[in-house]
Design a protein around this ligand. Structure first.
Ligand SMILES: [Cu+2]
Length: 110
């Protein structure tokens, strides 16, 4: 078992090898969540432990990516701005937009 914690893009290649066929591409490919039309898409994202997820705001409106449990919190994201977080522990991570609390979504880390 690989005890090293994977942080950042440089070590993602190691994670891709461990993940095997589930990893779609080369090093540096990380799952993205689109923020668009006041929604997070996909609404539920399932990833292996150690994955870095990137959110991209495609709206003209400012949004945030905020974990009510405090696991992560983006700054206010303007149009085309991104926020990334590496999930190093399995769990179900609900999150929402602090400016539009009806915008809710979940990352499931296995
Ligand atoms: Cu919002």
């Amino acid at each position: 078992m690989n005890a090293r914690i994977l942080i950042g893009g440089a070590l993602l290649a190691v994670g891709a090898i461990v993940a095997g066929p589930a990893a779609p591409g080369a090093a540096g490919s990380t799952p993205q969540v689109a923020i668009e039309n006041f929604r997070f898409t996909p609404s539920t994202l399932t990833v292996p432990t150690g994955t870095t997820v990137t959110w991209v705001n495609h709206d003209a409106e400012i949004h945030t990516v905020t974990s009510p449990a405090g696991a992560f919190a983006s700054p206010a994201l303007e149009t085309d701005e991104k926020f990334s977080f590496t999930f190093n522990a399995p769990g179900i991570y609900a999150y929402f937009c602090a400016l539009h609390p009806q915008m809710r979504s979940t990352v499931v880390v296995q």
